[in-house]
Design a protein. Structure first.
Length: 278
């Protein structure tokens, strides 16, 4: 029968082996994706590939296509923004070129519905490495809560002062307060302010990723359980989230370790207001 169809017995066996190998590769890719999704519930197909590239049986385009077909594609939520008016201090970071960490931090606040009550989570992001260097959960929007978030970031760095650092914020009353400005001055930090929502893009993007990609899949009924959920989410983001804005799509911690080992020594970041990388 095979000879009549112009197919050799050897060719038929090879075709069967290729089919079985292809099925095994697909099964492996899906298994790896399921492992990643347990830790990163909203991670996209391409980032899943980069997170498990060492074990993926084939290349990026193949893996991305297979995972999309298998239902791993993530639908982006719709966005709306409101412009804010008014003058504050200058935007000191637009167009600035960063050559290392702790040159520019961005900070912002997001709200989380926890058992019918609004809680507030603040993040501080190092723009160069994309690492979340500080975070804080609170029941209010008082300026004192943002001072605590700043203090946590400084403690994480093991420093009371970081002269030359710029902290970039929006124009919320927490950041224009005398209390927050004094805390910055005490730490030797200059303040930069966005004049529009999209000028705080790096931290806004992290807010959405943590809130929609991690916290939405965590249970939290009070400040303590929310704090634990945020701690887990930040750890996952810093150590396991491939980042389009970093070399080789490394996670922030992987990038920091690679630089400590001498890699990417000439890597720089030019700051722009509108950011699409995650």
């Amino acid at each position: 029968m095979l000879a009549w169809q112009g197919i050799s017995r050897q060719g038929a066996h090879q075709a069967i082996r290729r089919m079985h190998r292809s099925q095994d590769d697909v099964a492996t890719a899906i298994e790896l994706a399921e492992q990643v999704r347990r830790e990163h519930p909203r991670m996209g197909c391409r980032d899943i590939y980069y997170a498990r590239r060492a074990k993926m049986p084939r290349g990026r385009d193949w893996a991305e296509a297979i995972l999309r077909q298998a239902g791993f594609a993530v639908k982006a939520p719709s966005r709306s923004f409101t412009d804010s008016a008014g003058e504050c201090c200058s935007n000191l970071i637009e167009g600035r070129v960063l050559t290392g960490p702790d040159q520019v931090w961005q900070t912002d606040i997001t709200h989380v519905n926890s058992e019918g009550r609004w809680r507030y989570v603040s993040f501080i992001v190092d723009v160069y490495s994309r690492e979340i260097v500080g975070y804080h959960c609170s029941p209010t929007l008082r300026a004192s809560e943002q001072v605590r978030c700043l203090a946590k970031a400084l403690r994480a760095r093991g420093k009371a002062r970081i002269p030359g650092l710029i902290v970039h914020t929006d124009r919320g009353r927490q950041y224009t307060s005398v209390e927050f400005k004094r805390a910055l001055e005490k730490a030797g930090i200059r303040q930069s302010m966005a004049h529009y929502a999209w000028q705080n893009a790096y931290c806004e993007r992290v807010n959405r990723t943590i809130k929609e990609g991690y916290l939405a899949f965590e249970e939290h009924s009070c400040i303590k359980t929310l704090q634990r959920a945020v701690t887990r989410s930040v750890r996952k983001y810093n150590t396991g989230k491939p980042h389009r804005g970093l070399p080789a799509r490394l996670s922030p911690k992987e990038f920091i370790r690679a630089q400590a080992d001498g890699a990417y020594g000439d890597y720089t970041v030019k700051i722009f207001s509108k950011l699409i990388s995650t």
